[in-house]
Write a protein that binds this ligand. Structure first.
Ligand code: CDP
Length: 197
């Protein structure tokens, strides 16, 4: 909650310039303003938070090098959707081109505890390998971002769909069938490491 004068004082602008700046930020969808008597309540929008996170990530990368996060999760079964999606030519060709391998058709689902969810949330603003959405047989298939990862030390990618209902799951893809390679069964705990590319 600030007056335009206070915003000006904090940003080195006159009150008039601060006013104009706030108007422009509001028009651009960066802040929401609720006017009170002399002061106003200023709230950053989700768009603004996302931009700040991305900027923070960019500086961190420049000054500290690629980031990585480690967490644990539990192997889970899904509904067999991974197999279907990864077999679609529209996705398969992009995996081959952009990840450099043909993934085993499926995703290994790892259920996450709340603390791991927080770590994964931060990684969402990282640069990853983009997989574009496309249309086929009258349907729209969404895009996703892939992040370099390891599960119990084996190389894989975490794939994060642009739109997902499963916030508490990370889906892994790899050239090999990870369950066989790592002898995994539902409920097993695994160590995941995500690295920024
Ligand atoms: O049934 P669910 O949705 O979990 O499976 P899917 O995505 O259709 O994948 C088929 C099976 O392969 C599942 O048991 C996955 O956990 C497993 N999988 C794997 O072990 N390694 C991969 N790289 C991908 C999938």
């Amino acid at each position: 909650v600030l007056s335009s004068r206070e915003v000006g004082a904090r940003t080195g602008l006159s009150q008039q310039s601060a006013d104009r700046r706030l108007l422009a930020l509001e028009a651009g969808g960066w802040i929401v303003r609720r006017m009170a008597a002399r002061r106003q309540q200023l709230t950053l929008t989700d768009k603004a938070s996302a931009r700040l996170r991305a900027e923070h990530a960019a500086y961190r990368r420049l000054f500290e090098g690629p980031a990585s996060v480690r967490f644990r999760g539990q192997v889970r079964s899904g509904l067999g959707e991974g197999r279907y999606y990864l077999s679609l030519p529209g996705y398969a060709s992009q995996f081959r081109e952009r990840l450099g391998y043909d993934p085993f058709p499926g995703t290994l689902n790892i259920g996450l505890a709340p603390d791991a969810l927080g770590l994964l949330g931060g990684a969402r603003s990282w640069n990853g390998v983009r997989i574009d959405g496309f249309e086929a047989s009258g349907r729209t298939f969404g895009g996703a971002t892939c992040f370099t990862a390891k599960v119990n030390g084996r190389a894989c990618h975490a794939i994060v769909p642009d739109r997902t209902h499963h916030q508490d799951v990370v889906e892994l893809i790899a050239a090999e069938k990870l369950r066989d390679r790592l002898h995994l069964a539902d409920g097993d705990t695994v160590a995941i490491e995500l690295t920024e590319s």
